[in-house]
Each structure stands twice: as structure tokens, then as C-alpha cells.
Design a binder for this molecule. Sequence first.
Ligand code: SRM
Ligand code: SF4
Length: 562
Amino acid sequence: MSNEKKQLTVEEIKKKSRHLRGAIVEELANGKTYFTEEGIQVLKFHGMYQQDDRDLRQQLKKEGKEKAYSMMIRARIPGGVLSSKAYLTFDRLSEQFGNSTLRITTRQTFQIHGILKKDVRQTIRSLHDTLITTLGGCGDQVRNILLCPAPHEGLFHEQLRVQLERLVDALSAKTAAYHEIWLDGEKVASNQDDEEPLYGQTYLPRKFKLAIAVEGDNCLDVYANDLGIVAHREGDVVSGYTLLVGGGMGRNHTKKDTYPRVATPLCFVLPDDLVETAIAIVSIQRDYGNRTDRQHSRFKYLLDERGLDWFSGELQHRLGRLLVAPRDLTWSQTTDHLGWHKQGEHTWFLGLPIQNGRIHNAGSLQLKTALRSIVERFAPEIHLTTSQNMLLCHLREDDKPLIESMLREHGVHFVEDIPTIERYAMACPALPTCGLAITESERVMPTVLANLEQVLVELGLEREEISIRMTGCPNGCTRPYVSDIGLVGRAPGKYDVYLGGDFFGTRLNELYAELVSLSSLSVVLYDILRDFRDHHVKDERFGAYCHRVSVEELKKRAESQR
Ligand code: SRM
Ligand code: SF4
């Protein structure tokens, strides 16, 4: 019941907010260290979350003090591409106002944690000066749109970038509230519906995610998106797109009717029809998506409740034409773009592995300092990847040796220096910043990987490409349900283990073991990895092996050995 009340409240807050104005200006001026619940909901649309340091919570409570509030600010960086100037601004702001770290997210953008309420406006202004917005970083609207980050030259990639811009333009919130509140302070007297032609007063029932992948290479987990767009190539041009609908990872341990879902192929569209079709798809979710139960408001539930036939019919009706059948999709790679790659005739890009996307200085690893020096000196364009890594682009061949030595001097690891298991690993921020975390994730991942690496070395499997993803709760922020091994926080210190996913991200994995403690994780995985080593068929990957043998059978085998 209280759930229902809360959900209705979010809808009411949106409606009352006059296109995302709410009382933010007044709250910014009230001298308090935190925003009200109403303010928090509106601020999400502006790209920020109110958080508190969960490491300090108990102690502060004991001392009768207020929580250590701060804001996490998430930018919107379509396709993850930003200028060197913008990078240096993020770097500076994280030092000046944040917790001195920068976090690359699983959706190709940056988050800065730890910004005090009083510094939010200055942070947003500085980002705006380098053409970065935070509007649309979070909230019930279309989120940062993903695009394969490889900076390849050529018409095909150029066409994808243009298409991305068109989608961003068509699907972004148009409210003037962002400018009014954060930038010029001028009130644009408008409360008309035409201020938001697509979203109206209440925006979408929930977040909505899009990604554009290149046929054959699912480097960005296109199946985990509400609307996945797969570009087909003919010669050096885009011949059209296959659209996939209804992907999403979020679930809740206590609500059985919530579940992760991989997107379903829907139709094929010609390049000129893509934007119009995307708008129509988003508008169906806007009009029919569940607005009374936020646990059931994602697009995937609308599709499952009404069926794909209903959805196709409604879409055809809105478009005024029949849908064309989707093309068959085959995936042969999930490139992470790490290492040195030729970009054009005279330029290179370097993909750097960034553990859990966290850019910081810690002991002998002076990653943040190294990147700052390189960006200042060589001004590369920066591309962020969906696996929390970073590409330094447009580098000159002659500069390669110096760049390498600058990175090495600062203890930065190249892809060839890290264990293969680390290369394909991701962990979400979880504690101490995430208000929804049940367990640790990012902070314990290095230990989990070190233990697992020992097992892999012992079994001679250290070169095996296995994707492993950890989260501190079932929401699925690192997309753990489409990886070979998913570790999902279930209770303090305990994780559910999922197996049998697909390295290419096309299939959900299945629950293998529940409530496993951190120290037992590698023990639990040892026997299965050994069986895999001894019995997999040629070229069969770990996830595919678990799927073929079946997770049920693996469980039985484990039980019989107890
Ligand atoms: Fe997420 C909520 C972090 C990608 C599903 N996510 C959160 C919040 C904002 C917690 C909150 O609501 O208070 C987390 C902030 C933690 C912190 O301290 O920074 C958070 N999510 C992240 C990031 C930073 C994880 C990371 O390791 O990079 C990712 C930011 C992406 C971005 O730039 O926009 C992130 N989140 C995802 C993904 C992956 C994706 O989109 O490809 C998912 C699964 C896909 C999906 O949406 O279904 C995801 N996050 C969620 C959910 C579950 C939504 C649902 O349908 O139930 C929540 C909770 C919610 O929305 O109620 C959530
Ligand atoms: Fe927080 Fe859960 Fe997302 Fe991790 S998966 S960042 S714990 S919401």
C-alpha cells in the first residue's frame, strides 16, 4: 500500500513540477544541506541523485548528527564522446567539489560523486561551458543513448553518428527549466504543454534506454535496452536497422513478478524512418506504460502484458504503415576496443582498461594524474565505453611512445598487463554511495577477481575469456544477467551466483547458487570451471558450456559432491 502511495506521488510530483521546475530554485537558496523528497524526484531529471555517505550513517546517527549528504551528478554524453576540454573540466570539478574520483558508467558517461548542495549550480555551469549537459542523465525520460565507441573513420560510422544526433535531438527533454535553474536564472514564463511536445507534463512512466549497435559486434549489450537498434551495413553505408524492444535488467528479490528480459526483435527500418519509429515507440510507452506501480512501469512489462502483436499493431497504426520483418542477427564478437588500434590513415586510438570505471589516484596507481597530463598535452578526443573503459582518440603515431611511457610512469595498466578475467569484469558503485546497495560491489571486486584468477591459473584457464559482473543489489546496473557469471548482492555479505549467460550478451543467465559469501565464491565456481576445462567442446565458451549442460544439471552435480 505504501508502495502504491509512493508511486502515485512520483507521478504527482512530475505533474506539479511545471516541466521540471518544482521548487528547486527555492530549495537551492534555503541554506539546508539536503533537498526535500519532492526536490529529489525533480532533480533526477536534471541528472543528479541525492546520496549520503553510508559508511558514516551509523556513527552520525549515534552522535545525533544529520546524514553526510551530497549529490551524485551524472552527465549525458551521447555515444560517450567528449572533448579534451570537457574531460579536463570533469577532472577539475571532481577535485574542486567532488570526492576526487571520476566514475565512467556502464552507459558511456561520467558521474561525479560527493558534490555538496551549495556547489551543484557551479558544477553544472562549468560543465555547460564545455557543452556538457546533465539534463536526461537520470529521471523518467530517454537516457543517455549508446553507440559503439570505436572512433573508426568512414561513411558508415559517420552515418551512425549523425543518426545518434538526430535521435538525441528528437528524444531529449525540451524544458527551459534547466537553463532557468542552473544557467542564466532567467524565468521563461511557460507552463504550456508545447514546452514538451513528446513528454507532456508527466514525462515517461519510467526511464527508457536506447542503444545503437553495429551488426555482428554486441560491444554495448544492445539486448539490455528498452529499444535496441542494430545497424546493418552494405558496402560503406548503413542500409537500415533492426529494432529490438523490451530489454531491461532490473528486478526485485522480493517481487517475483519482476524480472530481467532481453529485447525481442521487432522490425527492420530504413535509415530515414528510424527517428520517426523511435518516437512512436517511446510515445506508446508514454501513453500505455504503467503509472501506478513503479516496479512494473518499464517498457518490458507493457510488452509482456499486452503482447508483441498488440504492440506491433499500435505501432503500425501510429506510423501509418506496415512493419517490415526484422533481419536475422548473428553475433561473432563483443569487442572491448582496448589496446592500440589504427583509427584512420595517420591516427591511432588507445583503449585503456579502467578498473570498474573509477578514475582516481591510489598508491602507485596515479591514473587520474596520468590522464590529466596526457589530455593536457595531446588533447585527444575521449570516448567512454559501455564496459566502463576509456578510449583516447586521434593520437599521432609519433606520440605513441611518449604516451605509453607517461602512462607507465604513473603505474597505469595496459590491457596486456591485466588478467583476462579482469578485462571482462564490471562492478557497480554500490557502497558507500548507492542508496539501494545491499552489499559491497566495486570495493570488493578486486579481491574477488584476485581469488578467481588463482583458481583459473591453477586450472590452466587464465586466458579464457569469461565475462563476470557484480552488483550490490538486484537492479542490474552492470547488466549481470547477460554475462557468463553474474554475482548479485542478496543480503549483507552474500551474493546470488548466476551462470549460463552468453559472452555475446544475447541470453539471460540462470540462478545457480544463492547467498554465497564472498570468501566462498571462488570455491563455488572451482568445480564448474574444472568441468568446463575437461568437457567443453572446441571453441565453446564458459557461459555456453554451462547453458548446454544446463544450470539445473550443474546444481545437481554440485549437490551430489557435497
Ligand atoms: Fe543503475 C538505480 C548506478 C546503469 C538499472 N543505478 C541506480 C542508482 C541511481 C541508485 C538509485 O536509484 O538511488 C545508482 C547510483 C549509484 C551510485 O552511487 O553511483 C545506479 N546504474 C548505475 C551506474 C552508475 C552503474 C555503473 O557501474 O556504471 C550506471 C549508470 C548508467 C548511466 O550512465 O546512465 C547504471 N542501471 C544501469 C543499467 C545498465 C544499463 O542501462 O545498460 C541498468 C540495467 C538496465 C535497465 O535499466 O534495466 C540499471 N539502476 C537500475 C535500476 C533498476 C531499474 C528497473 O527497471 O527496475 C535502478 C533502480 C531504479 O531505477 O529504481 C537503478
Ligand atoms: Fe546501486 Fe544496485 Fe545499481 Fe549497484 S546495482 S549501483 S547497488 S542500484
